[in-house]
Write a protein that binds this ligand. Structure first.
Ligand code: SAH
Length: 383
């Protein structure tokens, strides 16, 4: 190992893909298998202390101490819903935090991750939009949500692996933070890290057309598109991004996304059910016509309320009638059961709102009481 390397800047190794780490080690003439060893320690074993990485030489460990950090996420709050859903508030910087939601299912568990602190898109029915935009998360901040959840829960559930799916349906627009999201997904899918399969990672987008094409070129993942309306008139009101990339262009991008893929690949269209806005039988028929030649399924999301939203949730009966019209047109349609509503962890309710001064004050008082302010994640070493 070269000892006098000057070009290496201190960085958080947690957010580096295998390729990044190989390059990082090549600068000091270390072999590429060091990257694999480090990936396994950090992501599979949950180890962040170089001294525990017993297959690295003493001189390499010393060098890492001086030149690189493994910075773990800091948890500010945890809430557990009566249905088992958990929501964590993770610190981004002194002013911002993001929310990550763990959703247990019978045979698998899904983690809903954030890609940005706040969101710039301004979708009118979404609580995150009301926060405004505070910045992109780094690749390390994105992957550390999975690191945190996986290693925290392994010991509690006494399982070797806990999370089987990741969805980018937390705060932010993932395709507006493209490079960092792609790097984090590469780590999620790496067999030396979390080994998630192609269709186990879902990117949800409001429809940034050129970035949908770019994603197709870079990664084989599932795509969910927040459609929410069967025509431009309604969608312009709900998803401002539609004025830039209207529905016809979006549909073409969806077709391109799956055209070379095998037949099992479909797009998921998300459709929030808003009372008297987009939920009429006519809207359902128009939607069926719009997407009939895009291999797809539809997730109907009953609107999740938040203070002063100005919207109401469609009634169960209206949602069911809407679903039946789509089903009758041959489109697989499911109504997504809201999860974690009692802790405001459902779609569109995430706000990570420590920037609001009053709430932040109350929040930190609460944390002090629980002696959690400087809470650091306990590393669960799990073989
Ligand atoms: N920016 C990405 C991820 C957003 S959140 C996107 O637009 O897809 C994931 C899903 O929750 C999106 O479909 C979003 O439109 C939906 N959503 C936002 N607010 C909601 C609310 N209040 N009720 C139900 N779904 C909501």
């Amino acid at each position: 190992m070269k000892s006098n390397e000057q070009n290496v800047v201190e960085q958080n190794l947690l957010g580096m893909s295998q390729q990044d780490l190989e390059q990082f080690f090549s600068v000091i003439d270390e072999k590429s298998f060091r990257a694999t060893q480090l990936m396994k320690w950090m992501h599979q074993q949950g180890v962040a202390d170089y001294e525990q990485m017993t297959n690295l030489s003493k001189s390499l460990r010393d060098w890492l101490h001086k030149n690189a950090t493994i910075q773990l996420p800091e948890m500010l709050n945890e809430e557990i819903s009566t249905d088992g859903t958990r929501k964590w508030l993770l610190k981004v910087d002194d002013k911002n935090a993001v929310e990550t939601v763990f959703i247990p299912e019978n045979d698998r568990a899904t983690l809903c991750v954030s890609s940005q602190a706040g969101c710039a898109l301004d979708c009118t029915f979404c609580a995150t939009a009301r926060q405004g935009f505070a910045g992109n998360l780094t690749a390390a901040q994105i992957i550390s949500q999975l690191w945190f959840a996986e290693h925290r829960l392994r010991t509690q559930f006494n399982k070797r692996r806990v999370i089987g799916n990741v969805v980018f349906m937390g705060m932010g627009e993932p395709l507006a933070n493209f490079d960092n999201v792609v790097t984090a997904i590469r780590i999620m899918m790496d067999d030396n890290a979390y080994g998630l399969g192609k269709r186990k990672v879902t990117v949800s987008t409001s429809g940034i057309v050129p970035k949908i094409d770019k994603l197709r070129d870079e990664l084989d993942v599932s795509l969910a598109v927040s459609l929410h309306a069967p025509n431009d008139e309604i969608r312009n009101q709900l998803v401002p991004m539609n004025r830039r990339y209207p529905i016809a262009e979006l549909m073409q991008a969806c077709r391109r996304f799956i055209e070379d893929k095998n037949r099992k690949h479909t797009i998921t269209f998300e459709y929030v059910m808003l009372d008297k806005i987009n939920d009429s039988p006519q809207n359902a028929k128009q939607l069926a016509k719009l997407i009939k030649d895009v291999p797809s399924k539809v997730n109907l999301i009953p609107f999740n309320a938040f203070p002063n939203s100005g919207f109401e949730r469609s009634s169960d009966q209206v949602i069911e009638e809407f679903r039946e019209i789509l089903q009758a047109a041959g489109i697989t349609t499911i109504t997504r059961r809201p999860r974690g509503e009692d802790i405001a962890a459902a779609c569109g309710q995430l706000a990570g709102d420590i920037t609001d001064k009053v709430k932040r004050q109350r929040h930190f008082e609460k944390l002090h009481e629980r002696e959690m302010l400087d809470y650091r994640v306990e590393v669960a070493t799990c073989a």
